[in-house]
Write a protein that binds this ligand. Structure first.
Ligand code: WTA
Length: 646
């Protein structure tokens, strides 16, 4: 039996969703999804209210997902204009710089004006409805302004995490044919500069990027950069003279809002496409219910806008709800390990949402850095991105929350747009490490490898048997890949790629990915991407990459590399290859271990047996299972003898 943390009585008494509400509303939401989501949609301002609520088929032969199809709205107007009357002077964004001396508050009125001016600037540069715009930015308010300005004129943004390399950026720009890139001179994290503009310059020398006509540069650090006329334009110069009013473009609910690239088990990252109406209904409603949002809350989600959490729960969800959202440019341990807690005190943060990897890293520093801050304003804690181990959960609860704040462990994915499984803090008792129960309208199921739905307490693969409004609609430019990736494994169901257990109370426990996706410090990576970066090196013949347990990052990257004939392994070459991967993809893809493999274990048909490589990396050589199908079983003993994790 796992430990239960009941909803604190004081919290329950004034919660938005209370104990008896959950079961009733959930039952209603799955009995009549169209009726339920029609009601929820009223929380937005529609130019034309939707009457056709849900039209979905998960059948691969006729796959379609449509919500609020005949509705017309503008996402930016919902995040800004409609708040002006009652909340014009309320703070929309609190910017907290990497440097603790830097912070800035932007009211809804100011944000509205800046977004309109930037939207006009985009129009002036020829950006039209449906055009793609890449945003490669630090965590500064201009990133959110650029996203909202795109939404205002109906352009589709593609935010690329500022930690990605020029090659990764170029690949994403090329895949979606972006017309314009918004960037900054440099980013700063933990006192270290990131050469964003120089990376853009390099990316735009790569093939396939000629669609880019303009690069807009925010002067952020003031660092020296090269501006190329007429392509490059300064943000502040462009903004001069732009009108602070720009009529929002009326958009169909199913018109695209953004593309966000994410890693899968095979091939290049996929352009996950989200649309306007369903996405905004879903992120605003989940944000309000899961975080028990109130008018005077100060909400801080530490995610970068380069990831889906930054889209849904730094920008769109909170702003659609008229909340005050904190944007933090820095890192948890700069200038010291007390930074998060200092920021919470400085801005009187009430709702705090972060990743298990950050919690584990800070837990290592002990309680003193936490206790240096009062954290008295906090009333709710949240986690996202990877399974949280019970020790980290307990520490978060006891030390950070002083034992009085409920924790919402929110399970979801880039593809799901918003939170699907999570405690509702006033309604659902928590069990450390369990994401608990499905959100309204969400129908999870656990299947065995043959796709049979299991009942009661069980373990298997996690699927969703029906749609929700925030679901991705397609892979940009490759609808077949969307169907093949998510709807073919288990016909008629959306396959998440995660394994899960359900206990006797119906609580879900996510056990992690069951495919070739790894989750490194909350960053999602495909092992295939790291492999193709390695084999791109002239000295590498073959590579296989798997995840391995890591105390802080959750999962680390373990690479097996076969060198070309005649190339001698050496420590210098190992360093060179690790550095190569950082440059090719991003520092987040840095291999933790790189083992030389004279050859890799393969089946007779030549398929690499990753299951075996995973066990070796996990240091469980006694659990290799059946190796009789291997072409050459002696390969395995060789690798076990040389393994790097002891
Ligand atoms: C994992 C991040 C356990 C999971 C929002 C999922 C989690 C992948 C949790 C998606 C959680 C996310 N507990 N695992 N609370 N939240 N995951 O697309 O494996 O970056 O499939 O979206 O993260 O990662 P993504």
């Amino acid at each position: 039996m796992s430990k239960i943390y009941p909803v604190p009585a004081a919290f329950a008494a004034r919660a938005r969703v209370r104990k008896d509400d959950y079961a009733r509303l959930y039952a209603e939401s799955v009995r009549d999804p169209a009726g339920f989501w029609a009601g929820v949609a009223k929380r937005l301002d529609w130019i034309r209210a939707p009457t056709r609520i849900k039209d979905v088929s998960f059948d691969a032969r006729d796959l379609h997902i449509r919500w609020y199809e005949d509705g017309v709205l503008n996402v930016a107007a919902n995040c800004l204009d409609r708040h002006l009357a009652a909340r014009g002077d309320k703070t929309a964004i609190i910017f907290e710089g990497d440097d603790p001396a830097v912070s800035r508050r932007i009211s809804y009125r100011e944000l509205h004006a800046e977004v309109c001016r930037f939207a006009n600037a985009l129009k002036h540069l020829g950006v039209r409805r449906g055009d793609r715009v890449a945003i490669y930015m630090p965590m500064i308010p201009e990133a959110a302004m650029a996203m909202l300005a795109c939404a205002r004129i109906g352009a589709i943004h593609s935010v690329v995490f500022g930690g990605f390399s020029p090659d990764s950026l170029a690949g994403r720009i090329a895949d979606s044919g972006c017309k314009l890139v918004v960037t900054a001179d440099e980013g700063v994290r933990g006192g270290r500069k990131i050469p964003l503009k120089a990376n853009v310059d390099e990316a735009l020398t790569r093939p396939g990027t000629t669609s880019v006509e303009t690069v807009i540069v925010v002067r952020h650090t003031g660092g020296g950069i090269a501006m190329q006329a007429p392509r490059d334009r300064w943000w502040h110069v462009l903004m001069e003279g732009q009108a602070a009013d720009c009529p929002p473009e009326p958009m169909g609910a199913e018109d695209p809002l953004f593309i966000l690239y994410t890693s899968g088990s095979t091939g290049k990252p996929k352009g996950v496409l989200h649309t306007s109406g369903g996405y905004l209904v879903f992120v605003s409603y989940t944000h309000e219910c899961v975080f028990d949002l109130r008018e005077d809350d100060v909400y801080w989600c530490t995610a970068d806008v380069g990831w889906v959490t930054g889209h849904s729960y730094v920008v769109y969800g909170p702003l659609a709800n008229g909340a005050t959202t904190v944007m933090f440019e820095g890192v948890p341990n700069y200038p010291d390990a007390s930074r998060f807690w200092q920021v919470i005190d400085k801005h009187a943060v009430t709702l705090f949402y972060t990743a298990p990897t950050a919690i584990r890293a800070l837990m290592r520093e002990g309680e003193a850095p936490v206790k240096k801050a009062s954290r008295a304003s906090l009333r709710l804690l949240g986690t996202v991105g990877e399974p949280i181990n019970p020790e980290a959960w307990e520490w978060y609860h006891r030390v950070v929350g002083d034992g009085r704040c409920p924790i919402v462990d929110t399970w979801w994915q880039t593809e799901t747009g918003g939170i699907l499984i999570s405690a509702l803090p006033g309604a659902i008792d928590q069990k450390p490490s369990s994401a608990t129960l499905p959100f309204f309208g969400v129908k999870p199921a656990i299947v065995d490898t043959d796709g049979h739905v299991k009942e009661g307490a069980c373990e298997g693969n996690l699927v969703l048997t029906d749609s929700w409004p925030g679901q991705m609609r397609t892979v940009y430019g490759d609808h077949q890949r969307f169907i093949d990736t998510y709807f073919k494994t288990y016909p008629g169901m959306y396959f998440t790629g995660d394994g899960a257990r359900r206990d006797e109370d119906g609580y879900y426990w996510i056990t992690g990915r069951v495919d070739d996706v790894i989750n490194v410090a909350g960053h999602r990576l495909g092992t295939a991407e790291v492999e193709s970066a390695l084999v791109a090196h002239p000295k590498v013949a073959e590579a296989a990459v798997v995840g391995c347990p890591h105390d802080v990052k959750g999962q680390g990257i373990y690479a097996y590399v076969t060198l070309k004939v005649g190339v001698q392994p050496s420590d210098a070459l190992r360093k060179e290859l690790i550095e190569w991967v950082r440059k090719e993809i991003s520092p987040i893809a840095t291999p933790d271990y790189l083992q030389w493999a004279p050859s890799l274990p393969k089946t007779r048909s030549g398929k690499i047996m990753r299951r075996i490589l995973r066990k070796i990396a996990e240091n469980q050589p006694d659990q290799l299972g059946d190796t009789s199908t291997l072409a050459d079983p002696s390969v395995v003993q060789n690798l076990v003898g040389e393994r790097l994790v002891k």
